[in-house]
Each structure stands twice: as structure tokens, then as C-alpha cells.
Design a protein around this ligand. Structure first.
Ligand SMILES: C[S@@+](CC[C@H](N)C(=O)[O-])C[C@H]1O[C@@H](n2cnc3c(N)ncnc32)[C@H](O)[C@@H]1O
Length: 320
């Protein structure tokens, strides 16, 4: 009898039986260690690697990938920074203060004694969203001041109630290099030292004085409370003044800036920049500011005006 030869599947043209795909470990995926250097099982979210479900394993691999790319990014950034420093040294370019120097650049050590008080007495005039924007703008103010090699003397006054509550979302803010006061500026500083900043003032502040405290209204109101800070200053018998933007640029409409813009302009000027340079570096280009002596045609109907900064800047702050 003819012997019946046992044929393999592939010899009779059959596909090998379908292998169940391993979702946890595709062919390119490396085998992951399950124990650490001490022989202890590696855990992910408290679960041993060998006991992870498919979904957990996917998440674990994703997390490892993200961590690896983070490390790679950091190495690249360090290299970039190193090259930048070498280039700067070669070309005699000043890269500004180092991190180490900035740590030492506290308000107490600062050569700049100009005072800035952000007046937070307007909480009840704002909807929660706008109050949130005020605090975000103050965070920008704080960051800019910390980055400066000669920070200004920064105060938050009437810091109570809602603004304090909003600020408390930022863990550890109490330890920031900033002065927090429940009291109003008028009970903290001599009246003759105070200057309320307001775009409605006829006084132009061309120079900053070391012993003055410049007050910025802690308000985001889309100018629904036009003139509120000016009226407050007049009522309280405090000096007031506006930034000299009109001396350098022709704006299409009003010249009301956000809290952080006003602060940044003052900071740059205190650092030795001219007002012109400070306006140019702080205000968004899209404001189409024309130099005062320019013949350029100014379209009064263009909505892209300085008035819009308040909202657009707040939007930027939202995303930061
Ligand atoms: C968004 S504004 C508030 C506008 C508010 N309607 C008012 O009448 O003050 C925030 C603060 O920035 C300061 N500020 C804005 N534009 C200014 C300018 N052109 N000159 C001086 N201070 C200005 C003021 O202290 C102002 O209270």
C-alpha cells in the first residue's frame, strides 16, 4: 500500500494558521525590562509590568516614549544653548543675565528703587473671567520682573477678597519676590510719592523717578469704566500721568494698554531703554503704530487698533 505522506500546510499551499497579533509588542517594539537594577519588579501606576492589561501596556509604552523624547529634546536644547553661548562670545554679543545671576537679582538687591503698585481695588467691577485675566497679567508682570537684572519694587495693594482667591490658584505665590498688601497704596506710602498711571491724564511721564510709586489700575474692563483711575486719582488728590506714546507714535484710536504692557514699558525704561524702544519691544506690531513724524496714511476706521490690545493680549495670556 502506498504510503500516505503527511504534508505540511505550506506544502499543500495553505496559509499558516493566523497568528493572533500581539498588541502589546509589535515586531519593532522592544522587549521591556520587568525588573529594575535591584531585581525589584518595575511598577506602572502601582501595577507590575508583567501584570499590565493591554491598554495599560499601551499607556506605559507611550509614557516611556514620551520620556525618551523629553530627554532627547533636553539634550538638543542644551547643545543649542551651548552653541549660542559660543557664538555670542565669538561675536561679542551680550546674552543677558544667566540663571544664576537672575536668582540673585531680587528686589531687595536691585539697584532700581522705582516702585510699582498694582491697585486691586476693582474686584467688584469685574466678571470672574476678567478678574482671571487681571491675575494672569500680574503673573506676566511678575515673570518679567524676575527676569530683569534690576527688578523694580513691585507691590500688589488692596490684595484681598476675590483677587486673592484667584491668585491662590497659583501654588506658592506667597513666596514670590513681590510685596503683597491688604491695605490700599494710600495707607502704605506717602501721598506725595504716588503717581496714578492713567491714559486720561494730561501729564506726560517722560522720566521715571526713583523715589516714586507708580500705580497701575488692576482692571480689565474693555474700557467699560472709562476714566475710573483718573477720577480716583483726582478724588484722592494724587498725582497722575500717562505714558508718552503720543510723542513717538500716532495711534489709530485710544492708547489704553494692559497692566503687563504698562509694566513692561516701565521696566524697559528703568533698564535704560528709550521710551521709543520700550514701546516698540512691548506693543504688538499689529497695532500699526506710525512714528509721529511719518506721512503714512492712518485709516481711522481700521479695527486693528490699540484698543484691541487689551482683549488680544488677554487672549495671549489665556493660552500661556
Ligand atoms: C486696562 S487699563 C484700565 C482701563 C480703565 N478703563 C481705566 O480707566 O483706567 C489698566 C491700567 O493700565 C494703566 N494704563 C493703561 N494705559 C495707560 C497709558 N496710556 N498711560 C498710563 N497708564 C496706562 C492704567 O493704570 C490703567 O488703569
Amino acid at each position: 500500500m502506498e504510503e500516505i505522506k503527511q504534508l505540511n500546510d505550506d506544502e499543500v499551499g495553505l496559509e499558516p494558521p493566523c497568528k493572533k497579533p500581539n498588541l502589546d509588542q509589535t515586531e519593532e517594539e522592544e522587549v521591556l525590562p520587568t525588573i529594575d537594577a535591584d531585581g525589584k519588579p518595575i511598577l506602572f501606576n502601582g501595577v507590575e509590568i508583567t501584570k499590565l492589561t493591554k491598554t495599560q501596556m499601551k499607556k506605559y509604552r507611550k509614557m516611556l516614549k514620551w520620556e525618551a523624547s523629553k530627554k532627547e529634546k533636553r539634550v538638543k536644547e542644551r547643545l543649542k544653548m551651548k552653541n549660542k553661548k559660543v557664538e555670542a562670545k565669538k561675536n561679542n554679543i551680550d546674552l543677558g543675565p544667566s540663571r544664576k545671576q537672575l536668582k540673585k537679582a531680587t528686589m531687595a538687591n536691585s539697584s532700581c528703587k522705582i516702585g510699582i503698585a498694582i491697585d486691586l481695588s476693582f474686584d467688584d467691577l469685574m466678571i470672574p473671567k476678567d478678574l482671571g485675566k487681571v491675575i494672569k497679567q500680574i503673573l506676566r508682570v511678575y515673570t518679567e520682573n524676575r527676569r530683569s537684572s534690576a527688578p523694580m519694587q513691585l507691590h500688589l495693594t488692596s490684595f484681598t477678597g476675590k483677587s486673592r482667591e484667584e491668585m491662590s490658584k497659583h501654588n506658592g505665590y506667597e513666596h514670590w519676590d513681590m510685596n503683597f498688601h491688604e491695605e490700599s497704596y494710600s495707607s502704605l506710602f506717602p501721598k506725595e510719592k504716588l503717581v496714578y498711571l492713567t491714559s486720561e491724564s494730561d501729564n506726560i511721564i517722560n522720566e521715571l523717578e526713583e523715589d516714586k510709586i507708580y500705580i497701575i489700575g488692576g482692571l480689565v474692563d474693555h474700557n467699560s469704566h472709562k476714566g475710573i483711575c483718573f477720577n480716583k486719582a483726582v478724588k484722592e488728590g494724587i498725582s497722575h500721568g500717562q505714558l508718552p506714546i503720543g510723542e513717538y507714535f500716532t495711534l489709530k484710536t485710544r492708547k489704553v494698554f494692559t497692566i503687563n504692557q504698562v509694566f513692561e514699558i516701565l521696566l524697559r525704561v528703568s533698564e535704560g531703554k528709550t521710551y521709543k524702544e520700550a514701546f516698540e519691544s512691548t506693543l504688538p506690531k499689529r497695532n500699526n503704530m506710525q512714528p509721529t513724524n511719518s506721512d503714512a496714511n492712518v485709516d481711522q476706521n481700521d479695527p486693528n487698533s490699540i484698543e484691541k490690545i487689551e482683549e488680544s493680549e488677554c487672549a495671549n495670556n489665556d493660552s500661556s
